[in-house]
Design a binder for this molecule. Structure first.
Ligand SMILES: Nc1ncnc2c1ncn2[C@@H]1O[C@H](COP(=O)(O)OP(=O)(O)OP(=O)(O)O)[C@@H](O)[C@H]1O
Ligand SMILES: [Mg+2]
Length: 242
């Protein structure tokens, strides 16, 4: 098997420059890395290093200035807007740091949303969404509005929503960032369990080096470069509470 076959994601010469006014900001340039099928990759780095920028590109939420992102044989950077939207809906599940659920909709409706967007009927979407809620231990909260749930419960619903459409890839950008220590531990444990049970390929951003250590591999974004994490050196920006 070639290395291409083993890679779920292959990033080639990826550059992102934000143009705001007359000042350009190159967040990173010519990044190259792969994420192996089934790998759990942690991404760390100081605030402003470009982690979210990279996650948005990996998830097809934004386009690079230059470079390619291969999922299997397909470079998502060449897709039309419609094809990219379909790719996002089918291939990738997202969990973000900030509250991303629709507050006025119930937990169940939030989880069903990716299926409804792809045109699935409510009758078939509902039991699938209920099964995912069950998996994150929130079956009993199905009819609660998302805005009524605690932060930890909202992140569990967000995980259920991310996985309802059976994506191969899970992208999580500081999924525990707004949670207290114990709740953060619980969400990360759940993410790890789902990664294994659903045979996902996962990339998660974290400021918590304990979580990063538990991943299969940890990379740090530093001054526009991706480098393997040196856990001894990085202890200075470790915070147990995020
Ligand atoms: N849409 C944008 N337009 C212009 N500059 C941007 C934009 N989005 C991000 N940036 C800048 O790009 C840099 C990287 O931002 P990014 O959000 O990727 O950092 P991060 O590593 O996720 O930080 P944090 O840990 O605080 O979430 C920052 O300097 C930010 O100000
Ligand atoms: Mg960020």
């Amino acid at each position: 098997m070639s290395s291409d076959d083993d890679a779920a994601i292959r990033v080639v010469n990826l550059t992102k420059t934000y143009r705001s006014g007359d000042a350009d900001l190159t967040v990173f340039s010519r990044l190259n890395f792969e994420v192996a099928r089934g790998e759990k990759l942690a991404l760390v780095g100081e605030s402003g290093a470009g982690k979210s920028t990279l996650m948005h590109l990996l998830g097809g939420l934004d386009r690079p200035t230059e470079g390619a992102i291969y999922f299997g044989q397909n470079d998502i950077c060449t897709l039309s807007a419609a094809d990219l939207a379909a790719f996002r809906n089918r291939e990738v599940g997202f969990v973000w740091q900030i509250q991303s659920l629709l507050a006025e909709f119930t937990a169940l409706e939030n989880v069903m949303m990716p299926l409804l967007i792809r045109g699935q009927a409510r009758e078939t979407a509902e039991p699938l969404a209920m099964a995912r809620l069950n998996e994150v231990g929130l079956r009993s909260r199905a009819s609660h509005r998302a805005g009524e749930l605690s932060g930890g419960e909202q992140q569990r619903v967000a995980l259920a929503r991310a996985l309802v459409g059976d994506p191969g890839i899970l992208l999580a950008d500081e999924p525990t960032g707004n949670l207290d220590f114990r709740t953060g531990e619980m969400i990360m444990g759940l993410l790890e369990d789902l990664h294994t049970a659903r045979r996902l390929t996962s990339v998660h951003v974290t400021h918590n080096l304990n979580f990063a250590r538990r991943a299969d591999r940890a990379l740090a974004l530093e001054r526009g470069q991706l480098v393997p994490v040196d856990f001894a050196e990085s202890a200075m920006w470790e915070s147990p509470h995020v």
